[in-house]
Write a protein of this length. Structure first.
Length: 398
């Protein structure tokens, strides 16, 4: 396997042979800080470090560099200060070694973090990371003392009597860096959750606006009042019931509740009232059935106005005819985790613009923000089924 060569322009050439565990250094001219920086950049390009958080490079710059300087003092003693050349050579050698070690530690940290990613797993992650890091520190420091003792060009002998003090220092710094990275990662997650909550609030307020727009749409109001007018002349009792349903629908749409979720029972009650209004207009052109267990109605929740968005989309995108009535069936899956709204297909060729797509898009957005489960649409040549995920009563939004 060929050696890995780091070139410091016109100054320093450091070649590493992994299989031989040997280093060869050639000093060409006076060493400068800018040259060392260029060499380190070429090495960093060769080593890909898995990031624990987006702020980890700052942690490396502000913590690891002082860490390496003090580590050199423990390993070599004051000998490193005998000349600028010795100080820079030992610093370059140590940073190459410890940067590689840092990448290994980072990979372990990312693996454990991915294994236990939940915020509630914080203490579990730390209780696993720290013992692993302490064992790794013992191995890493022992290898560093052995390796640096074999590199004669450094000009400074190692001090093996300080090995356990060096290990103790490494364990302390691993603890500090772990807590700093955990703090950075949790800070980023907290900011991300704030952004998601803000998106959800915006989507919810938009859904209320869309529900209000759908209710006060002139065509909707005209059709309701026109149906009510006809019922008053034909059947006063039916007209009174129709007016009661209009009141319930308006009250639900204009409610002042600000929750992200409502009881399934409330949404189904609204759906019944809403469909009675629709049947008052279209009569036998629509057949509406609800087949849900009573326990599910009280145990599950879903976003407010979900039924209004779905039912409105179904009704106004399908052609209705008494000779071939559209059938709408509301049920649940076997596990009770999804609400199924199935309807027969009678699609219109031309659909009037009633913000239908906008309402569905908003509902999909709200579900995406509420959890991992999303809306599914299953379509056959005869039917279409819209599946809405249901939430339990323990679901809470920040």
């Amino acid at each position: 396997m060929p050696g890995c060569q780091i070139l410091l322009p016109e100054t320093l050439c450091l070649t590493i042979h992994p299989q031989k565990c040997a280093f060869h250094l050639r000093i060409q001219h006076r060493v400068g800080i800018g040259d060392i920086s260029a060499g380190l950049k070429s090495y960093i390009c060769l080593v890909k470090v898995k990031r624990y958080s987006r702020k980890e490079p700052l942690v490396f710059v502000w913590v690891m560099l002082p860490y390496i300087i003090f580590m050199n003092i423990l390993i070599f003693g004051g000998c490193i200060f005998q000349s600028a050349g010795v100080l820079l050579i030992t610093f370059v050698t140590s940073i190459v070694y410890f940067f590689t070690v840092y990448g290994l530690f980072g990979s372990v940290a990312v693996f454990i973090s991915n294994r236990y990613p939940a915020p509630g797993d914080l203490f579990r992650r730390i209780s696993i990371m720290l013992p692993v890091f302490y064992l790794m520190n013992i191995l890493v420091i022992y290898v560093a003392f052995t390796l640096f003792d074999e590199i004669h060009f450094l000009g400074c002998p190692v001090k093996p009597e300080r090995m356990w003090w060096t290990i103790l220092y490494g364990c302390i710094m691993s603890t500090v860096i772990t807590f700093i990275n955990e703090g950075m990662a949790n800070w980023e997650k907290w900011k991300s959750s704030l952004a998601e909550s803000e998106k959800l609030r915006n989507a919810y307020q938009r859904s209320k606006l869309l529900g209000l727009k759908g209710q006060i749409n002139p065509h909707f109001l005209f059709n309701c009042f026109n149906a009510l007018s006809g019922l008053i002349q034909e059947d006063s009792q039916a007209a009174e019931k129709f007016l009661d349903e209009m009141t319930r629908v308006h009250r639900y749409l204009l409610r002042s509740e600000d929750g992200y979720l409502v009881r399934l029972a409330d949404e189904i009650s609204f759906a019944r009232s809403y469909m009675r209004l629709i049947k008052g207009r279209f009569g036998e052109a629509i057949q509406f059935t609800i087949d849900l267990p009573a326990g599910l109605l009280s145990e599950r929740k879903l976003p407010p106005l979900s039924m209004q968005v779905v039912l409105e989309n179904i009704i106004y995108t399908n052609a209705l005819s008494k000779s071939d009535p559209m059938k709408i069936v509301i049920s649940s899956d076997a596990s009770g985790q999804r609400l199924l709204i199935q309807h027969s297909l009678h699609e219109k060729i031309i659909v009037q613009h009633l913000n239908l797509d906008e309402g569905l898009d908003n509902l999909v957005t709200r579900y995406n923000l509420l959890g991992p489960e999303s809306i599914r649409i299953v379509e056959t040549p005869e039917t279409r089924t819209i599946e809405l995920p249901l939430f339990n009563h323990q679901t809470e939004m920040a």
